[in-house]
Ligand binder design. Structure first.
Ligand SMILES: [Zn+2]
Length: 627
């Protein structure tokens, strides 16, 4: 690292060089100079082939209050700043602004000058349109963990850049979950040098703990031997077990995309809240979630990051939910490349661009198989949207209400865009739309991390300052006492969580809406066997709900029920096959996971037949030697 120092001009006033997790941090007393001469950093990156960031020396950082007043003075009012977050561990202030584009170099704004004046690094992000408690929780955890994080980043860097023990590579994948099943996604990638865990989810519906959690016990691995946990996206079946890892002694990094962190915070806190209300046992509490936040290293799509002496990681768009990523592991200087898809959508949706497929090299592809059966083919999007519109129009015309049970993250935002679009164009009968549950909160995170949405939405939100999720049709119900407006006579659309009628505010609406045959319960997401949603969809005429007093209430179901297929954030059968066909050069093998046993068998068979590539379908507690 001494060589780096000598190559930098003295004006840069570099005081020290330190590891900051997977990055090398250059501390400076002249951030303005380095910002204006950013070729210096690019040259260093090219020569050391590692990620490099500049940090400001603590002695030049203005106290928060003073820095705030300077920011208030220098930032134009039109930028609409709503919040500053000072992260002491890395000396960076995040500015949340309604019009972030006004603070860019293209708009003539001088960030370097700002940094020079306050002595902090500056990052600008779109402000959420309503306050997001998940983002606040995240800030709070980061702030209270300042000292711990500084220590952690340093030690992590030393561990990542430690000398290698061996030269010869061996690579094995162990299935700890989601082998010939859906739920508790978890794989352990072991090389002769390192151990990396890909996802650590739970199976919310499982009857016993052998089936509910990843089989780390079988993998015979100590938690402190794991170099990294890489998380593909913020769904419980992929990340529900991660706080438990911290509870049981894991002390290492979790890599995921930037929006995955607040989304995960939101869903995990909600998960333990619901479990507490229902008297269930949860494996972890808020403290473990805080621990997780403090150990998370958010990455942007496409950034190459060292995670151990022989593994580099790149996350790329998976098109599934906000911040969802495919995981590309580059092992041993070109020895072997693994791409783990997580959940992915190889096709465009209202919210996201299609999953990335252009990997420089991939020898082993690990693909999900939610829709791996021949009949799992979805109609084109326009047709799906028209089916949805028709399903609602009929009920509204009769003066009825449509209840849409919906998962808060992803599907809800997709449906909001569809409802708004078709009502605006008068294809869908105009009616008030009520939203309840975590939908608004999740939507706020979508707005704040608009960089991760589709190209069109990104430019609408970030460049034109238009919020496509807010419209005069929508009313957000923030408190149970405001439900009367949604329930009173007259046509309306109500979207509420949870998506399978398993708990959440949707049940209060269900109680009012189900008994009248004028109304409709409209499902737009998969209904798992054994859930109330599935029973209602299958034609059950009565539903038993748990009342406030703990007694069972029987609700008659006379409302019509319907399911509109095709809004899924997963690739359908054809999309999976096409995605695999895109991989270049020719794959050495495919591992099929995350699907019903029968679908996995079918997909593996088809891949071998079409592409002449071995396709493996390991069960949980099986290991595969890749190299
Ligand atoms: Zn998912």
């Amino acid at each position: 690292m001494g060589a780096i120092l000598t190559s930098i001009p003295a004006e840069a006033q570099i005081t020290r060089i330190e590891y900051e997790g997977p990055r090398i941090a250059l501390y400076t007393k002249n951030p303005k100079y380095l910002h204006q001469n950013n070729y210096i950093i690019s040259e260093i990156v090219n020569s050391v082939k590692k990620r490099v960031v500049t940090r400001t020396e603590k002695s030049i950082r203005k106290p928060e209050q003073d820095a705030k007043s300077i920011l208030d003075k220098l930032i134009p009012v039109e930028a609409g700043v709503s919040n500053y977050f000072f992260d002491e561990a890395i000396g960076e202030v995040t500015i949340e602004a309604n019009n972030p584009h006004l603070l860019s170099a293209e708009s003539g704004f001088d960030i370097g000058e700002l940094m020079g004046q306050i002595g902090w690094k500056v990052k600008v992000r779109k402000a959420p349109h309503i306050a997001s408690s998940a983002i606040q929780t995240m800030y709070y955890a980061l702030r209270t963990g300042t000292d711990e994080r500084e220590r952690f980043y340093k030690e992590l860097g030393e561990s990542i850049f430690r000398p290698r023990y061996t030269v010869a590579e061996q690579i094995t994948v162990k299935m700890l979950g989601a082998g010939q099943e859906v739920g508790r996604s978890c794989l352990l990638v072991e090389t002769s040098e390192s151990k990396v865990l890909l996802d650590a989810g739970i199976s919310p519906g499982a009857k016993n703990s052998w089936d509910a959690y990843p089989r780390l016990d079988w993998a015979d691995v100590q938690l402190n031997e794991i170099d990294a946990v890489v998380l593909s996206h913020a769904h419980l079946d992929h990340m529900g077990f991660i706080p438990a890892l911290f509870k049981f002694g894991y002390d290492g990094p979790v890599y995921c995309t930037e929006p995955t962190l607040p989304l995960m915070t939101l869903l995990q806190n909600d998960f333990i809240k619901i479990a507490q209300i229902e008297g269930g046992r949860v494996l972890y509490d808020q403290k473990d979630i805080r621990d997780l936040i403090q150990h998370t290293i958010p990455l942007q799509y496409g950034t190459v990051t060292d995670v151990s002496p022989d593994i580099k990681l790149v996350l790329n768009n998976a098109g599934h939910i906000l911040g969802s990523a495919t995981v590309h592991l580059h092992i041993g200087e070109g020895v072997h490349n693994i791409v783990y898809t997580g959940d992915y959508k190889y096709g465009k949706t209202q919210l996201f661009d299609s999953a990335s497929w252009n990997y420089p090299r991939v020898e082993t592809l690990i693909t999900e198989c939610t829709y791996g059966a021949k009949e799992d083919i979805m109609p084109p999007r326009e047709e799906v949207e028209m089916n949805f519109v028709n399903a609602i129009n009929g009920t509204l015309a009769q003066g009825g209400k449509v209840l849409i049970p919906i998962p808060a993250v992803g599907r809800a935002q997709e449906i909001i865009l569809v409802l708004d679009h078709y009502m605006r164009n008068k294809v869908l009968t105009e009616a008030p739309v009520f939203l309840e549950g975590m939908i608004s909160e999740a939507t706020a995170i979508h707005v704040s991390y608009a960089d991760y949405l589709s190209r069109e939405l990104r430019s609408k939100i970030l460049d034109q300052g238009v919020n496509p999720f807010v419209s005069e049709y929508f009313t957000s119900i923030e408190h149970p006492s405001n439900r009367d407006e949604a329930i009173k006579e007259g046509p309306a659309v109500i979207m509420a969580t949870s998506g399978m009628l398993e708990g959440g505010p949707v049940l209060q609406y269900f109680e009012h809406i189900a008994p009248s045959e004028k109304n409709k319960i409209l499902f737009v997401s998969y209904q798992v066997q054994g859930t109330l949603g599935r029973r209602v969809l299958d034609g059950s005429k009565q539903a038993s709900l748990l009342g406030d007093n703990g007694k069972i209430k029987i609700v008659d179901v006379r409302a019509s029920t319907q399911k509109v297929d095709g809004f899924s954030g997963h690739s359908d059968y054809n999309q999976i096959i096409r995605f695999i066909g895109k991989m270049r050069p020719k794959l050495q093998q495919v591992i099929v996971n995350h699907g019903d046993k029968r679908k996995i068998e079918n997909l593996a068979y088809v891949i071998q037949r079409i592409y002449r590539v071995p396709a493996l379908r390991p069960a949980v507690q099986e290991a595969i030697r890749l190299y």
